[in-house]
Ligand binder design. Structure first.
Ligand code: NAD
Length: 266
């Protein structure tokens, strides 16, 4: 079945929904945008990398979704740029039904005693402040009954040596999600966290290349051994969870952490 043909099969209420995705030009963001578009949504991609954003747009246009794609280059850790990208999204397609706070960076793999202060701050700025700003300025722009999803990580509920900034940021997001889930419940807006395990993409390849040097063995194989399902996720497997949490299929879930980690956290 072609991607466009799937649109007739939407039974989850995604059709016509206005979805804003940060980190929208990245691996998980773009895979999620494609899945949402395939079900008839309108998407607005936000990413700090204009070249990546352009390439993402072009690939979605090539799939025939041109009329339903908006985008803005913005740094999610910047308050003014956050207000701007949200205003542009709303001007283009009206109130937001689904806000996917997904932009993230991973930082260094070194012990806390060697962790550069500036890099710790940078990871917290993008991962935590960027999500805080999206929620602060995005919730007033959302339709009642909407859905918010924040990308945490298996590192949001577990820990490994060397990733103090990343693990701290991803743990922090779960606290933020729980608070905002309670605040937004009066409007029927659900707020959940998604916690992927290692995904087979460039973000994770970069971590594993550096981790291999730290542990002195192939980190990809090491992780596959540690994951009960013995493999990495494909971006599409994460994107299908995103669709589920955007949709009415998850209508009674809020303040929850949805693992998509092949059992790695067990
Ligand atoms: P990715 O690098 O492909 O995507 C991240 C995107 O965020 C990139 O396009 C990047 O340009 C963008 N970005 C970074 N800083 C930004 C900023 N300040 N403002 C706006 N955009 C910014 O990686 P991905 O795997 O798609 O990661 C998406 C999310 O998933 C991240 O939050 C990441 O921590 C999380 N995650 C990834 C994995 C994995 O294995 N890849 C596992 C668990 C969680």
């Amino acid at each position: 079945m072609t991607r466009k043909a799937q649109e007739g099969n939407d039974v989850s209420g995604i059709e016509g929904k206005h979805c804003v995705l940060t980190g929208g030009a990245g691996s998980i963001g773009l895979a999620s945008a494609r899945q949402l578009l395939a079900r008839g949504a309108t998407v607005f991609l936000v990413d700090r990398d204009p070249a990546l954003l352009d390439a993402a747009r072009q690939s979605l246009v090539a799939d025939g979704y041109g009329a339903r794609i908006g985008s803005a280059a913005a740094d999610v850790s910047n308050a003014r740029q956050t207000r701007d990208y949200l205003a542009q999204a709303v001007a283009r397609a009206g109130p937001i039904d689904f806000l996917f706070c997904n932009a993230g960076i991973n930082g260094a793999i070194v012990s806390v005693t060697d962790y550069p202060d500036a890099l710790f701050d940078a990871v917290m700025a993008v991962n935590v402040r960027g999500t805080f700003l999206a929620l602060k300025h995005g919730l007033p722009q959302m339709r009642d009954g909407g859905s918010v999803l924040v990308t945490s990580s298996v590192m949001g509920v577990t820990a490994d040596p060397g990733v103090s900034a990343y693990a701290t940021s991803k743990h922090a997001l779960i606290g933020l999600v729980r608070v905002v889930a309670k605040e937004a419940a009066a409007r029927g807006i659900r707020v959940n966290a998604l916690a992927p395990g290692p995904v087979g993409n460039a973000f994770q390849d970069d971590i594993e290349r550096r981790l291999s040097q730290v542990v002195g063995r192939d980190a990809t194989r090491m992780l596959d051994e540690a994951i009960p399902l013995h493999r990495h996720a494909q971006p599409d497997e994460i994107a299908r969870m995103v669709v589920f949490l955007a949709s009415a299929d998850s209508s009674f879930s809020t303040g929850s952490v949805f693992m998509a980690d092949g059992g790695m956290h067990i």
